[in-house]
Ligand binder design. Structure first.
Ligand SMILES: [Zn+2]
Length: 332
């Protein structure tokens, strides 16, 4: 069943878009950009519903007309979602051609037709060129939404034919309040939100995906290195079920807090596990320059992972551990 709602940090953007609809100033193509897991997809879904609803009330779809019911049942014939057939795969030209054929026909319900392509940067070059033709002559009462985390990877000619809607990171207080509502039992919202780099839906996912258990596994690996009780390759193997993006996000968060601690000398800025004497003594001796170099390396590697560049994640995890070992034990 399709969901359509607005997150509390999206109200201003929503009002600005629906005002454009009311004033008939909505362009035929929108490019929704900004960090993943901040609610862009849900926003696009609500806008699709809004565009086809016949009885919009107070800038919201009515939720009960025939079009809203079809939307909720995921069977609205005038709404099309295009996405890769599997994670990390490309969007192919025949998927975009099917969309062009759909746009060439009349609207089934006599109203707007809305197409959402996500992630738009996963279109291969043929698909992108096919889309470009559609964007040049889209037809009447059509809205095409491209959702992209890395819009710079889209053809410039596609970008220039879309109006960009930027989704900034939510305000921290609003995100924290929302997370507290979702996770009333969870006591460390601030840390999980920071580790998720301010993205509330990512923070929520971390907690739902056994965040604490994963952290225990990572911490025990980093500790085992200090005591040299387990070979590094074995530690890396014990992490193999963990998503590499998660490992790097977690490590970036840990190193960021260590750097902050080195600057402020306030132990409270460190997560509880780093306040352990074994870690703290080593952190106090670690050089700030080496830490910054490690931070840069983590950021660069994380960027490669985000861009879905084909990497040997096992080797990357080992490299992360080797660097960590060098910082704390000053090996090599
Ligand atoms: Zn409706």
């Amino acid at each position: 069943m399709a969901t359509a709602h607005l997150y509390p940090w999206q109200h201003d953007l929503w009002t600005s878009v629906t005002n454009r609809v009311t004033n008939q100033r909505l362009p035929h193509a929108l490019l929704l950009t900004g960090p993943a897991e901040t609610g862009r997809q849900t926003f696009a879904s609500l806008l699709s519903n809004y565009m086809v609803c016949r009885h919009k009330t107070e800038n919201m779809p009515c939720g009960s007309c025939k079009d809203c019911l079809l939307f909720q049942a995921d069977t609205h014939p005038d709404l099309v979602n295009i996405f890769p057939e599997a994670a990390f795969k490309q969007i192919r030209i025949d998927q975009v051609r099917d969309m062009a054929t759909f746009l060439g026909c009349h609207s089934n319900q006599g109203g707007y037709r809305v197409i959402t392509i996500s992630p738009a940067e996963n279109m291969n070059i043929n698909a992108a060129n096919a889309l470009l033709k559609t964007l040049e002559e889209p037809g009447k009462d059509i809205l095409i939404m491209l959702i992209a985390q890395r819009p710079e990877r889209l053809l410039a000619t596609i970008r220039s034919r879309c109006q960009q809607l930027r989704f900034p990171l939510p305000n921290k207080d609003i995100a924290t309040t929302w997370l507290k509502e979702q996770l009333p039992e969870y006591t460390d919202i601030a840390s999980v939100l920071e580790m998720a780099q301010g993205r509330p839906l990512a923070a929520l996912r971390y907690v739902h995906e056994n965040f604490k258990e994963k952290c225990v596994l990572l911490i025990s690996g980093l500790k085992a290195i200090l005591s040299a009780e387990q070979p590094l390759t074995e530690i890396s193997l014990s992490w193999k079920e963990l998503d590499s993006l998660f490992i790097f996000e977690w490590m970036l968060f840990a190193v960021t807090t260590i750097v902050r601690y080195k600057m402020t000398h306030q132990v409270s800025v460190l997560p509880a596990w780093l306040q352990d004497d074994a870690f703290l003594t080593l952190i106090n001796h670690a050089s700030a320059t080496t830490l910054m170099e490690y931070y840069c390396w983590l950021t660069e590697s994380y960027g490669l992972l985000v861009r879905q560049i084909n990497l040997n994640t096992q080797l990357l995890n080992e490299a992360l551990l080797i660097h960590w070992q060098k910082i704390l034990l000053r090996v090599g």
